[in-house]
Design a protein around this ligand. Structure first.
Ligand code: NI
Length: 176
């Protein structure tokens, strides 16, 4: 296993449509292992292959129990509800935006050996599924929001709101 370099906004790899995985071989397994290690090392909750420069439809996401889910050729098959929250991305360091997402998302994908499965995520995991699948089509979360803020700016805004008696749960988006 090895850490891979995470590309940042401006790198052309982040704007490409990724190709489906067709070979479930050692190379794919190495990629998945490296992506999980890279994600853990970066302290994020999701990582897509184009973020490490590989233009294939491969994603890893941390689930609600902090286990890593490997998603090969993932497709969102259903979604419902709505959530609003801060969202960030390891490829857009130190910048967060307020992004609406569905609150429940079901993904159909293949595992590292090519077996199909479905998995459903809620809240942060649902947000992450949407965010990562968009990476595979060359899109970044910044396209969903007009304004980006640093963590310090978000803390200041939330502190000001709390002073004003308007209570909103403090929830800083974790990076993916
Ligand atoms: Ni991202």
């Amino acid at each position: 296993m090895a850490l891979r370099k995470i590309l940042t906004q401006g790198d052309p790899a982040l704007t490409k449509t990724c190709r489906p995985v067709e070979k479930f071989d050692r190379k794919l397994h190495d990629l998945l292992d490296d992506m999980k290690e890279t994600l853990q090392n970066a302290g994020g909750v999701g990582l897509a292959a184009p973020q490490v420069g590989i233009l294939r439809r491969v994603v890893v996401v941390e689930d609600a129990e902090e286990r890593m889910i490997e998603l090969v050729n993932p497709v969102i098959v259903s979604q419902s509800g709505e959530q609003k929250g801060w969202e960030g991305c390891l490829s857009v360091p130190n910048q967060y935006g307020w992004v609406d997402r569905p609150s429940v998302v079901t993904v159909r994908a293949q595992d590292r050996d090519g077996n199909f499965f479905e998995t459903t995520g809620e809240e942060l995991v649902a947000r992450c599924f949407c965010h990562e699948v968009e990476h595979l089509d060359g899109h970044l979360f910044v396209e969903h929001t007009g304004e980006l803020y640093s963590p310090e700016e978000i803390d200041a805004m939330e502190a000001a709101e709390e002073d004003g008696a308007k209570k909103r749960p403090r929830r800083k988006g974790r990076r993916r």
